[in-house]
Design a protein around this ligand. Structure first.
Ligand SMILES: [Zn+2]
Length: 308
């Protein structure tokens, strides 16, 4: 059972609803970043939310990023997703111990903190990205996103997010749902959704029982009409070629310093935890290539030394 997302509307079109299963994604994040349970829970909730919010963007090359900085021990949490289902993210401090809540379950709020901001970036191919920021309310992420939708996008919403962590720290289940009221929604329709949300068991428990995102969203919106179901996958945009490109864009002085002092270079990607190693020989080749480029330019223009 891979990770999937389903997106749709109520039969009358007045309620938009999305649900997802992200168990594999959160396990991948946990393995890549060595997450402890509180970090798995907080990042996992944020990854699920980013995947669902990105699925609503219309242009293929759009990108959505959620940044949460609550001043708690986890530090910053970043999740980034695309409409095609690519998701990635990280948390600043992956090794954080958190207590359990009264009824069991990880105390996510205190680990995230509630003295800070939740920010959403939407790059929709326009000149300027959309940026919406709200103060954190509880650090539980689901409640903070509900507040974000109300304040920043003026859309009455309900959000459920969950991650269930096993005793060996692996992820048993993870996912979420977002239900949003369109302006046409009637009082009756809103009341029915509120009542169903109140009765909803925790999403991670439902997924653990084997319920699909479609079955889960129908518990809130019984006349749900599915518009799209698609796979979700962990995918980072970093690569060895991109890292090499960064090295090639350095000033000659900086390249020379790395060559002489470190004699090697490790380029680390925060998002996926990947490290790209460049040996002394590889750095020397980049340096020589750059020298040749500059010599070529000088011969062409004969305009004196470049400051590179
Ligand atoms: Zn990466």
């Amino acid at each position: 059972m891979g990770d999937i997302l389903t997106r749709g509307v109520s039969k009358a079109g007045h309620i938009m609803a999305t649900a997802c299963r992200t168990t594999d994604l959160v396990n991948e994040a946990r393995n890549r970043h060595g997450l402890w349970p509180a970090a798995s829970a907080a990042l996992g909730r944020t990854l699920s939310a980013a995947a669902m919010m990105a699925s609503q963007l219309k242009y293929e090359n759009s990108r959505l990023e959620i940044q949460i900085d609550g001043g708690g021990p986890l530090g910053k949490i970043i999740a980034d997703a695309r409409p095609n289902g690519d998701v990635r993210g990280y948390v600043e401090n992956p090794h954080v111990h958190a207590g359990l809540k009264d009824g069991g379950g990880i105390a996510v709020g205190p680990a995230v903190g509630n003295d800070g901001m939740l920010r959403v970036f939407k790059d929709m191919g326009m000149k300027e990205p959309f940026v919406g920021t709200v103060d954190l309310r509880t650090g539980e992420i689901g409640e903070d996103l509900t507040y974000y939708f109300a304040i920043s996008e003026q859309i009455p919403s309900a959000v459920g997010l969950g991650v269930l962590v096993d005793t060996d720290n692996s992820i048993l289940s993870a996912g979420g749902w977002i239900v949003q009221m369109m302006p046409e929604a009637t009082e009756e329709e809103i009341c029915a959704v509120e009542e169903n949300v109140r009765k909803m068991p925790h999403i991670s428990a439902l997924l653990r029982e084997g319920k699909t995102p479609l079955e889960i969203i129908r518990m809130i919106v019984p006349d749900y009409v599915e518009m799209e179901t698609m796979p979700l996958q962990w995918k980072c945009t970093c690569s060895r070629e991109r890292s090499e490109g960064v090295l090639r864009s350095l000033r000659m002085k900086e390249l020379k310093e790395i060559l002489e002092e470190d004699k090697q270079c490790d380029m680390h990607c925060d998002f996926c935890g990947e490290t790209y190693h460049f040996s002394e020989e590889e750095l020397q080749k980049i340096y020589n290539d750059r020298l040749k480029e500059i010599a070529g330019k000088l011969a062409e223009h004969d305009t004196g030394m470049e400051d590179r």
